[in-house]
Design a protein around this ligand. Structure first.
Ligand code: NAP
Length: 518
């Protein structure tokens, strides 16, 4: 089966050499794709000139309705998509649901926001300001949709959510989208695109899809265009150095690597609800998506006197993980996505273990339901490092797999902040404690280094949302190593796709232009 790109309103098959999309459990080819011969220039131009006007003439409410239809369309084929994610992503059913339900949930949340913003296509930013001696001379900041195209470049680990979360914000803001999934796991995104084109009544030019190598896609972007990228920090840096961003001020948002941390407070011990929450969150993040989650906990900070108990409790949980081909129902952790990811996970773990101790790993155990020597399987691995420094590999190298390191700290908030900050900026850190003084110092100290901090305390333990779950209402992104990007966050996510402009003049005229009292 050969996948296609959807550009300039039609499906186009690439010519020439094809890239194979594999089943990571068997290494068999599932399908192929190429973008050779796809006219990127024409695709971008079609999105700008046809898709842009089609979207901009809709109000937020109408765009919200479009997102609702997209969400329902994807949800309608949930089981089929889960099947594809198992085959081409090595996902367990539960991993696949996390991706696909995340996609439909995010689209639905932005559909609700569209309904809330209502019958307008301008966003008013803050209160108006009196500029002259009389109230008549007035200033008001507003946001309007940018007149270019939003190019979305996504990572391999969330083919459904990646497409949907970026498209939800851009389309609601009024920008047409050209979406490019990572090639290795593009099958799910391709099927979603087929469904949307066939069933979601998308305005012409509003959503295009590049299936395969990006080629020259980003080379000619201009000042009204934007790039939203998710992936490795090296690729992010390459994109930032492109002529578009450097010479033509193309706006770029980068979501990259992150050495997310979990911090256990000294006040907690076995039996406390927040202690159980902490262990569950760490173990889940090692297992879910085989650790291939940008938000997964990589560094587990534990007061030194509690390290032994934590290592024992985590090890007990890790022994219940059954690695293998997720086509089998008893398997609860699949392979990593590609041969390259497997090689990187192996070499990265070797790097981490230089100076740290491997506490739990699995040797001489065959993955369930896999042919001998086949599949990109990597077993969960837990390490321990007594004292971390800024040079420690754990503070510098992300292993994108089921690998975490327990790091000792002295139990004070100041030391927790110091060690967490050594990660160089991250997406999310979770802090577990019931001690208000510790939490105040730790949370506010960690906040400057992160886009999100979750607080795991005993009173909310039974209803806590795992730190690895990205909520459409809350910001996703983080400073430094994490790329300095910001996505989602409800209405905040729209700003990237819109231009903020200060309007100055007669108050009554500004109000007439905006169609409401400013
Ligand atoms: P990657 O190798 O950087 O690839 C990401 C995307 O960039 C893919 O679509 C890839 O296309 C494309 N790409 C590669 N080179 C490009 C170029 N020169 N120009 C334009 N596009 C280019 O990353 P990955 O292996 O897919 O993902 C793993 C990484 O993503 C991890 O480091 C993880 O931390 C990070 N990640 C971050 C987040 C977040 O939200 N912060 C979320 C998920 C993952 P091809 O596939 O066609 O090469």
């Amino acid at each position: 089966m050969q996948l296609s790109s959807f550009v300039s309103g039609k499906w186009v098959k690439g010519t020439g050499k094809q890239s194979a999309l594999l089943n990571p459990s068997t290494e068999e080819t599932v399908c192929e794709t190429s973008t050779e011969g796809v006219d990127f220039e024409a695709a971008l131009s079609f999105a700008r000139t046809v898709g842009g006007p089609n979207l901009r003439k809709l109000t937020f409410r109408e765009r919200g309705e479009l997102l609702r239809t997209m969400s329902r369309t994807i949800h309608g084929k949930r089981d089929e998509l889960i099947g594809l994610a198992i085959k081409n992503g090595g996902n367990t059913r539960s991993d696949a649901k996390f991706d696909i339900d995340g996609a439909t949930g995010t689209l639905a949340a932005y559909a609700d926001l569209g309904a809330e913003l209502g019958e307008t296509n301008v966003l008013v930013d803050g209160d108006g300001i009196q500029l002259g001696r009389s109230p008549r001379l007035f200033g008001q900041h507003v946001y309007t949709a940018r007149a270019g195209v939003a190019v979305h470049v996504n990572a391999f680990n969330f083919p459904a959510w990646g497409l949907a979360e970026k498209a939800a914000t851009a389309l609601l803001a009024g920008m047409p989208v050209v979406s490019k999934p990572a090639t290795s796991t593009a099958h799910v995104a391709h099927r979603i695109m087929e469904l949307l084109v066939a069933e979601a009544n998308m305005p012409e030019g509003s959503l295009s899809f590049i299936c395969g190598s990006p080629g020259t896609l980003l080379d000619s972007l201009g000042g009204q265009d934007v790039i939203a990228f998710t992936g490795g920090s090296k690729t992010g840096a390459t994109l930032r150095r492109g002529a578009g961003p450097v010479e033509r001020s193309v706006r770029v948002n980068v979501e990259a690597d992150s050495l997310n941390a979990a911090v256990l407070g000294r006040d907690l011990s076995e039996g406390d609800e927040a202690w159980g929450l902490f262990l569950a969150d760490v173990a889940r993040d090692m297992q879910q998506k085989t650790g291939q989650k940008c938000t997964a906990i990589r560094r587990v900070l534990v007061p030194r006197e509690k390290v032994h108990a934590v290592l024992e409790a985590l090890t007990e949980r890790l022994t219940t993980i059954k690695v293998g081909n997720p086509e089998r129902e008893d398997v609860n952790m699949g392979p990593v996505a590609t041969a390259q990811q497997l090689a990187d996970a192996r070499s990265g773990t070797a790097l981490l273990s230089d100076g740290a101790t491997i506490v739990y790993s699995v040797k001489d155990q065959a993955p369930l339901g896999a042919a001998e020597g086949k599949g990109f399987f990597f077993f969960p691995t837990l390490l321990h490092l007594d004292t971390a420094t800024a040079q420690s590999a754990v503070n510098n190298h992300e292993v994108f797999g089921p690998v975490a390191t327990v790091i000792g700290y002295d139990g004070t908030a100041a030391d927790a902040v110091r060690v967490v900050a050594m990660g160089g900026g991250g997406l999310v850190t979770s802090v577990y404690s019931d001690d208000k003084d510790f939490l105040r110092e730790a949370v506010l100290g960690i906040a400057a280094h992160h886009g999100r901090v979750t607080i795991g305390s005993s009173k909310i333990a039974s209803q806590a949302i795992p730190p690895g779950t990205v909520m459409p209402q809350m910001l996703h992104g983080g400073p430094g190593r994490a790329g300095a990007g910001e996505e989602l966050g409800g209405r905040r996510g729209l700003a990237f796709y819109m231009q903020r402009t200060a309007l100055q003049g007669d108050r009554s005229l500004i109000e007439a232009i905006l169609g409401k009292k400013a």
